[in-house]
Design a protein around this ligand. Sequence first.
Ligand code: NAG
Ligand code: NAG
Ligand code: NAG
Length: 375
Amino acid sequence: MARVCLPCLLLLLLPPLLRVSADTTEPCELDDDDFRCVCNFTDPKPDWSSAVQCMVAVEVEIRGGGHSLDQFLKGANTDPKQYADTIKALRVRRLKLGAAQVPAQLLVAVLRALGYSRLKELTLEDLEVTGPTPPAPLEATGPALTTLSLRNVSWATGGAWLGELQQWLKPGLRALNIAQAHSLAFPCAGLSTFEALTTLDLSDNPSLGDSGLMAALCPNKFPALQYLALRNAGMETPSGVCAALAAARVQPQSLDLSHNSLRVTAPGATRCVWPSALSSLNLSFAGLEQVPKGLPPKLSVLDLSCNKLSREPRRDELPEVNVLTLDGNPFLDPGALQHQDDPMISGVVPACARSALTMGVSGTLALLQGARGFA
Ligand SMILES: *[C@@H]1O[C@H](CO)[C@@H](O)[C@H](O)[C@H]1NC(C)=O
Ligand SMILES: *[C@@H]1O[C@H](CO)[C@@H](O)[C@H](O)[C@H]1NC(C)=O
Ligand SMILES: *[C@@H]1O[C@H](CO)[C@@H](O)[C@H](O)[C@H]1NC(C)=O
């Protein structure tokens, strides 16, 4: 959830809404340290003005109870400049916004207002962004975020959303996390280079797949990337991932491919050259019965834990590696398979069992997502 107070800002834009309410159910709660403020507007007729108390908080989370925020649109064209001093005084650094239908125009108005704040982390979750995005500003006027996270956010503009959103953010974004995306097929021409982005996390997108990754990783747009996470992202083969990295010319040091059902590459498949910088590879929970061929020849860290390796890999099957993890494979622990297949059995390999349970949750998401598909 977003941690700056959308309603707070809206209230700044719409002073007439500021009114004292006699309502007894308080949708917002501010902790004793004035640090974290959470609002949950589940009431059919929520008292939005309750969010005013969040104006002192550093972490703000607002859930809109699935309401449409169209009613706030009439204030969206107000120039936030007149409230700049008030917005600058906000302590908010982390904002989570979720569970609402938001017109893109309103979202942009909020970003413009947040441009005066010192917000660092913005999370959008369970949002349906409706309508067209207003034309891009000449210069980015939104916040200078370090981290942007999205989970289950749908956009009327399909895959163009990232490029459109990016135009409102000041450069300097370091981490971008996109889970349960409705579209990751970005038209690359509409995307600017993420000059400072070191972390890209596309985990929990079970219908992405090797070819979807190819479409999501626009060539030359992620020059600073160090860490790429593709956990539970429907990845099919290490070589398919390698090909996507090569095509995008990204050079991550660390690649997380855990929780994907990986196939060892078919014999005769074209070999791919892994990024030379790659030093850490996570192939945990990948259902592997043997070590895939064509892995990077040299690694510092290789995690093969919680797979289905029935015998210890031979030296010539493994890359040169300093730290190798093989826990939770049947050749080491005959019970391991059982734990992976039935997370309810608690026992000798608690680490694998625990993660398998997490996987179970992700599996449910996979089902939910499978029906929707990728635009
Ligand atoms: C908000 O309220 C709904 C319904 O009461 C509840 O299911 C949900 O967990 C709450 N969310 C938060 C963040 O408190
Ligand atoms: C995704 O967000 C929508 C609202 O846009 C919500 O109705 C739906 O329940 C969410 N899905 C999941 C899996 O949380
Ligand atoms: C690899 O991924 C698994 C599951 O996502 C995680 O538990 C483990 O810590 C990771 N290993 C490394 C070396 O980061």
